[in-house]
Design a protein around this ligand. Structure first.
Ligand code: HEC
Ligand code: HEC
Length: 353
């Protein structure tokens, strides 16, 4: 081949290439024209709709377990109670915790000293449920000095606190058969917990604080969607036919806990609900978010309930918890903020002292 042969072949190759490209272009344009006039429907490349986007964004925030179950306190095997010398009293204690109203409610067969709630309504599974306000640390940590009373409290005093506040009633006599039985039950529950120790998973879950105040208006919507089906639109729950308590307990009004009760503090209510409500939720499978728990707490605790004279509580006002909603306070924050938050500034101010 001579020295002009190579460029010549390159030129031909280029022209053939261009021709092929042109043919292909004409083909594509033709096809597009054909398709657009023929009525053939091509799949649409529309953007994903709002719900798909929302689901994708929400996926990582989906509520998951609140605590690793490893090492959590579990109650002793119930059948092992038979081996105890005071087995009968322990069994009666458990029965009183589970069915308080039947024995000590407004129609109680032993005494009529409380409002119809059962201890178990708030201390789930007779005080054994992990993060269900259980009694795992009662035997190991009482008697102890409590800031609310400024005194040393034993288990009897603490039980009567709940009778007088959560059950808006009167306490039991210290040496009554019923009081002895409940104390025996709590000692038995905590028998394997070393003295002074508070095991993992005991009590109530601490819900992370929000950057804003809890919102009763948002909470009302959550209540209507998630709670009302059982606790009822008027918050009065569903009483049992025979008047011995409730199938679904009331959340506000005359038959609910009073303003001195633990659940009247927003953090206690939110923590209880976050890990246990709506019914069926557990700490491993919670059903509502942190925010919803705070907001529904704000809604429920902004409604009417029995009040209690709290003048004897918190003799040292600087020991009041951030969410104790009644002044006077040792800080500058209002009653409103101590009730609904935001709690972070209160906590920070406290930490600085
Ligand atoms: C309306 C809800 C409610 C009811 C009903 C209730 N309690 Fe409580 N109880 C609480 C709350 C809230 C706390 C405080 C939990 C916390 O701050 O971690 C508490 C705390 C306790 C404690 C102390 C636990 C600890 O580890 O320090 C004992 C003991 C107790 N209750 C016993 C009882 C008994 C017995 C009854 C029934 C007569 C009862 N409670 C009924 C809500 C309730
Ligand atoms: C499917 C029915 C059901 C739903 C829905 C439900 N609860 Fe409950 N709730 C119960 C029952 C039953 C108990 C008592 C548990 C027990 O005794 O074992 C209870 C107990 C409670 C208690 C403690 C007892 C009391 O009367 O103070 C609170 C607080 C509470 N629920 C709040 C809520 C909130 C807030 C919601 C919505 C986020 C909710 N519940 C949704 C059935 C329900």
């Amino acid at each position: 081949m001579n020295q002009f042969g190579k460029p010549f072949i390159q030129l031909i190759t280029l022209m053939v290439g261009l021709l092929a490209l042109a043919t292909a272009l004409v083909g594509v344009v033709g096809l597009v024209i054909y398709v657009s006039y023929s009525g053939i429907k091509l799949p649409e490349l529309s953007p994903p709709d709002q719900s798909t986007i929302a689901a994708a964004i929400e996926a990582p925030a989906k509520p998951k377990g609140l605590m690793d179950p490893v090492g959590m306190w579990i109650a002793p095997e119930w059948s092992s109670v038979d081996a105890e010398p005071n087995a009968e009293s322990i069994r009666y204690g458990r029965e009183l915790v589970a069915n308080t109203a039947e024995y000590l409610g407004p129609n109680g067969k032993v005494k009529k000293i409380s409002n119809g709630l059962n201890c178990q309504n708030c201390h789930l599974q007779a005080g054994t449920a992990p993060l269900g306000n259980n009694y795992g640390a009662v035997a190991s940590t009482y008697p102890k000095i409590r800031a609310r009373s400024g005194q040393s409290e034993d288990i009897e005093k603490r039980i009567n606190d709940c009778f007088e506040r959560s059950l808006n009633g009167q306490g039991l006599e210290r040496n009554s058969k019923e009081m002895v039985a409940m104390v025996d039950y709590m000692h038995w529950l905590g028998k394997d917990v070393p003295q002074g120790e508070k095991p993992k998973g005991v009590g109530i879950y601490e819900v992370p604080l929000l950057d804003r105040a809890a919102d009763p208006v948002k909470g009302k919507t959550i209540y209507e969607q998630q709670c009302q089906s059982c606790h009822a639109a008027d918050g009065q729950g569903l009483p049992k036919q025979d008047g011995t308590g409730y199938i679904y307990p009331p959340l506000w009004g005359d038959h609910s806990y009073n303003s001195g009760a633990g659940l009247y503090r927003l953090s206690r209510f939110a923590g209880y609900v976050r890990a246990n409500m709506p019914l069926g939720a557990t700490y491993e499978n919670p059903l509502i978010s942190d925010e919803d728990a705070w907001d529904v707490a704000a809604y429920v605790n902004s409604l009417e309930r029995p009040s209690r004279d709290l003048s004897g509580d918190w003799p040292d006002i600087s020991k009041k918890p951030m969410d104790h909603p009644f002044g006077p306070f040792s800080d500058e924050f209002s009653e409103e903020q101590h009730k609904f938050g935001p709690f972070k500034p209160i906590k920070e101010a406290k930490a600085k002292l």
